[in-house]
Design a protein around this ligand. Structure first.
Ligand SMILES: Cc1cc2nc3c(=O)[nH]c(=O)nc-3n(C[C@H](O)[C@H](O)[C@H](O)COP(=O)(O)O)c2cc1C
Length: 203
């Protein structure tokens, strides 16, 4: 039995709908991580005060960002996370604006820096030891692969590796309709358990 004690999972939630399908799926992920003995933090991007990224360029600050707002807490949570699960409804084939604001502000986790001998390069602040996943909801007639691509790139940028996507694809317009699919919610709980119990990735 692997001990998850002292490990934390961060669930980054791009949905503004409390009790919606993404919320329910991420709560199930968090329940799974907690049931395995870990900690889980459900971060609702819609509730954060976050300025948009200004693309301030290389060496703009010795900290994470030139701005200090609710991202300070997000950076700390992601830095200390053992695993990261990103959730978003599909909005016009993409992630929600709430999540995109937070993702863009994480550009500084792998900043562009000036090299001592000249030139510039990206320097990750954190080793890529975290496992990650994407949780989403959209219509059965629409696609989520474009959002998944964006989230996979984001996870890489913050020192995580995408491992799987759980998608609730529905025919209805009912908030929280994933509750009608207990098997998918159980898969979300299993995902939380697996991610918190798995060893860190080798670097
Ligand atoms: C602004 C906006 C844009 C949307 N665009 C899409 C879309 O491109 N494809 C899709 O399948 N659903 C789209 N939807 C519907 C949501 O993705 C869908 O209802 C989802 O299940 C909501 O999940 P949530 O309640 O957990 O936030 C859109 C909804 C909104 C509000």
């Amino acid at each position: 039995m692997v001990s998850a004690r002292g490990r934390s999972l961060v669930a980054l939630d791009g949905s503004p709908v409390r009790g919606g399908s993404v919320d329910l799926l991420l709560e199930a992920v968090c329940d799974g991580a907690r049931a395995a003995g870990g900690e889980a933090t459900h971060v609702v991007c819609d509730g954060l005060e976050v300025k948009p990224c200004q693309a301030c360029g290389p060496d703009a600050t010795t900290g994470f960002c030139v701005f200090h707002d609710d991202m300070d807490g997000v950076y700390a949570a992601l830095r200390d996370a053992h695993a990261v699960v990103v959730g978003s409804p599909i909005y016009f084939d993409a992630v929600s604006a709430q999540l995109k604001l937070v993702m863009d502000r994480c550009n500084c986790i792998t900043p562009l820096v000036r090299r001592p001998g000249g030139g510039e390069g990206f320097r990750p602040l954190w080793p890529r030891t975290r496992r990650g996943a994407f949780v989403t909801a959209c219509s059965t007639r629409h696609r989520y692969d474009l959002a998944e691509r964006s989230v996979r790139g984001f996870l890489k940028w913050i020192g995580a590796r995408w491992e799987e996507t759980l998608a609730w694809q529905h025919e209805d317009n009912d908030a929280g309709s994933v509750a009608r699919d207990p098997a998918l919610l159980e898969r979300a709980r299993a995902l939380g358990r697996r991610l918190i119990e798995a060893a860190p990735l080798e670097v």
